[in-house]
Design a protein around this ligand. Structure first.
Ligand SMILES: *[C@@H]1O[C@H](CO)[C@@H](O)[C@H](O)[C@H]1NC(C)=O
Length: 267
């Protein structure tokens, strides 16, 4: 395979663009299992993913699952210990049982779901249900009318069955998803910025966003758990009022990244 796993795609999977829509359905009951599916391009060449793209997605899902496992362990330990380490204070502003609950929803359950197998489908709509989550890859030439929700520079775009007008739980993988940086590059950027004292203004890992935090099935079927995109730059995320930090998708992507690359900030 020419494609290698891209860590920024990984963080992308843990974050992203979200257009809030009017809520018009009752909340779904908490779901235990999400069926992950990817639309291949054997029939639908406008929206389907190539074999190489599917391979990249598969690696990214598996890496996202591992990253989430590390973050879940770290944050659960913090919550249980009743401490408030610097990274958590800076990027989440919550402690104790609130941190435990949110970690379970935003990190543990997402990591578990991403660890499931990825089936292939040839029709984006047929066989759809409230517990299926479908990935697809709009081609650059596919128009909005033809179903491409991506704007240039987007990493991904989420739509939910539980939202007004939503018919499918789906995540479009956009151009930036496939050109992300590697974990090694993100880590070395981080270490250089840290050495320069930029603990709250390091370069964003290249595909931050949290797709997962905008996907209702991954959050247990509850639309009220979907987060906002209030801030994206690290400095802006750190500067949010404490009461808003844990409501911003990117802050969860950053905390997962930090748990991976700099455990010292959690002690
Ligand atoms: C696409 O998915 C279908 C259904 O799972 C499968 O039969 C087919 O082999 C896949 N095509 C490619 C090119 O992977």
């Amino acid at each position: 395979m020419l494609f290698t796993s891209k860590f920024s795609s990984v963080l992308g999977l843990l974050c992203l663009t979200y257009a809030p829509e009017i809520f018009s359905r009752p909340l779904l009951p908490r779901q235990s299992t999400v069926t992950l599916q990817v639309l291949n391009d054997s029939v639908d060449t406008k929206l389907g993913c190539t074999a190489a793209q599917i391979s990249t997605l598969q690696s990214a899902l598996s890496d996202a699952s591992s990253v989430a496992a590390v973050a879940a362990r770290t944050l659960s330990g913090v919550a249980l210990g009743g401490t408030n380490p610097e990274a958590v204070a800076t990027f989440l502003g919550i402690t104790g049982s609130e941190l435990a609950d949110q970690t379970s929803t935003r990190i543990t359950s997402v990591g578990t779901e991403y660890g499931g197998s990825l089936g292939q489908i040839t029709d984006l709509i047929a066989g759809n249900s409230d517990t299926t989550l479908r990935f697809y890859c709009p081609a650059a030439s596919t128009t909005a009318q033809e179903g491409n929700p991506c704007d240039p520079g987007d990493e991904a775009s989420t739509a939910n069955l539980a939202e007004g007008g939503g018919a499918i739980n789906k995540i479009a993988l956009c151009d930036q998803f496939f050109v992300g940086d590697t974990l090694a590059a993100d880590t070395s950027n981080y270490n250089a910025d840290k050495a320069a004292g930029k603990l709250t203004s390091f370069r964003n890992p290249l595909s931050p966003g949290i797709v997962s935090q905008h996907s209702v099935p991954l959050l247990g079927g509850d639309l009220s758990l979907v987060l906002e995109d209030e801030a994206e730059d690290v400095a802006d995320c750190a500067a949010l009022p404490d009461s808003e930090k844990a409501d911003n998708a990117e802050n969860w992507a950053l905390i997962a990244f930090l748990a991976q690359v700099d455990p010292s900030r959690f002690s």
